[in-house]
Design a protein around this ligand. Structure first.
Ligand SMILES: [Zn+2]
Length: 451
């Protein structure tokens, strides 16, 4: 099956960052088999031709840090003070595999329709999320959230370890890897120690060993909160970044989310260790606390953009990242529109070990492609730098068509693999039932009880 996309603005995100104001792209089965500037050569033929005049053709966005199931918390956790430890984490205890599936489907559809073709997700009941990602035909790198503390009591600074819970979740992560890692060349798995304060040094070391055995990477939250920093210092005499080094998690196959409280020495360790810092600007804006971005951007630390949860719009996220950096005193090029787009496409792809497969429009790469409709008042006029026009003005609803691995999943803004109204209804139903239970004071089940 060959699909020809013609007469669009081609934003390749290739190593030369080539942009052609008029060009074409040929998708052959699951791959990009040819592309070029200008008119389509006469020898290029296809089974189907898509006229992309008035549209930009981009590689799919790679969101380097998500919890798609966290769509649950929209409009509930943004304003109350301390809502993350105090409201969101305790409410997570009420999730079941079924509600996780429904809410993951909702979040994944939100991502997909916004032009995100690959997520890097860590959460509870990850096999439920994997099922949603698989059914949608999306690409995902998935990790089971491993904790060995009670999510409901962290808000009281109670870090009592529950080894049984930790062990059960490690086992579940192994099962996820065995079941899904490499599936259809679309789904890959990692180990997901949740955070430096919710997983002991001992368990983290065990997870590292398993990661090497299974030959998969790691995904963790690092230095998100002062409470975490204080706990680590008092318990181990380490900063959260030093914990990464101590446990063996530090390395090129680690996605370290946030690093909000990173010190100058921590940044040096991250440079040396080669981990990628997932930077989730829009979430930081809501929490009112940003990582030391004026130090991070000019450093050698690899940064890539994620949306985290609740609002998973890569376009507003790019803008927020730029604005935050400028307010922190960074020069305009760190980041500018081109850097912001790159940190949302090729760089996260490379960070996930998928740089030779996705993240740019190049011959031989997977056909993860997005058409953005520029025929909208917010995207007119376009001059010779459509990347700037898009990054500063595009919204998720401007995304028109999305292919993953050559398969069209969104067409003219319509979701194809499943009925969207069903996704919305099930998502609302799952969220409402959890909220009702929470308000009724139900404490939620421990992981062990679920099994
Ligand atoms: Zn997160």
């Amino acid at each position: 099956m060959k699909t020809l996309i013609k007469d669009g603005i081609i934003i390749t995100q290739d190593p030369q960052d080539q942009v052609w104001l008029k060009g074409w792209l040929l998708l052959e089965d699951d791959r990009i088999s040819a592309l070029g500037q200008g008119e389509v050569p006469a020898e290029v033929t296809a089974d189907k031709t898509v006229n992309a005049a008035g549209m930009a053709v981009l590689p799919g966005i790679v969101d380097v840090h998500t919890h798609v199931c966290g769509s649950l918390f929209k409009g509930m956790t943004e304003d109350p003070v301390g809502a993350f430890y105090g409201l969101a984490l305790p409410m997570e205890r009420l999730l079941t595999p079924e509600t996780t599936y429904a809410l993951s489907m909702l979040g994944a559809v939100e991502c997909l329709k916004a032009g995100v073709t690959c997520i890097n997700d860590i959460y509870h009941f990850m096999r439920s999320t994997a099922q949603a990602v698989d059914e949608l035909g999306m690409r995902g790198v998935l990790a089971q959230k491993i904790i060995e503390t009670d999510l409901g009591t962290i808000q009281y600074n109670d870090y009592t370890r529950i080894p049984k819970e930790g062990a059960a979740r490690v086992e579940e992560n192994c099962r996820l890897i065995e079941e899904y890692h490499g599936r259809d060349g679309r789904i890959f798995c990692r180990f997901g120690p949740h955070a430096t304060d919710t997983v002991s040094v001992e368990l983290a070391k065990k997870i590292v060993e398993l990661g090497h055995q299974y030959q998969v990477g790691f995904h963790i939250h690092v230095a998100q909160k002062d409470q975490e920093v204080d706990f680590l210092r008092e318990t181990y005499g380490l900063t959260p970044v030093e914990y990464l080094k101590e446990t063996g998690l530090m390395g090129e196959n680690l996605i370290a989310a946030h690093c909000t409280c990173a010190t100058t020495e921590d940044i040096r360790l991250l440079e040396e260790g080669g981990a990628t810092v997932a930077h989730c600007a829009e979430m930081y804006g809501k929490r009112g606390k940003f990582p030391p971005i004026a130090q991070l951007y000019p450093s050698k630390v690899r940064m890539a953009y994620g949306t985290d949860w609740v609002t998973m719009d890569p376009w507003t996220n790019m803008r927020t990242a730029i604005m935050a950096a400028r307010m922190a005193g960074c020069p305009n090029e760190l980041p500018d529109a081109h850097v912001a787009l790159r940190l949302s496409t090729l760089v996260p792809a490379q960070a996930l070990g998928l740089g030779d497969q996705i993240g740019s429009l190049e011959v031989g790469k997977q056909a993860d492609v997005v058409l953005m409709d520029l025929r909208s008042p917010n995207l007119v006029p376009v001059f010779d730098d459509p990347v700037a026009t898009i990054v500063y003005n595009a919204n998720r609803h401007d995304v028109d068509t999305v292919w993953v691995a050559g398969k069209m999943l969104v067409e003219n803004k319509k979701l194809l693999p499943v009925e969207e109204s069903w996704v919305l209804a099930e998502g609302q139903r799952a969220a409402s039932s959890i909220y009702e239970d929470y308000k009724a004071g139900k404490s939620g089940k421990c992981w062990e009880d679920e099994k």
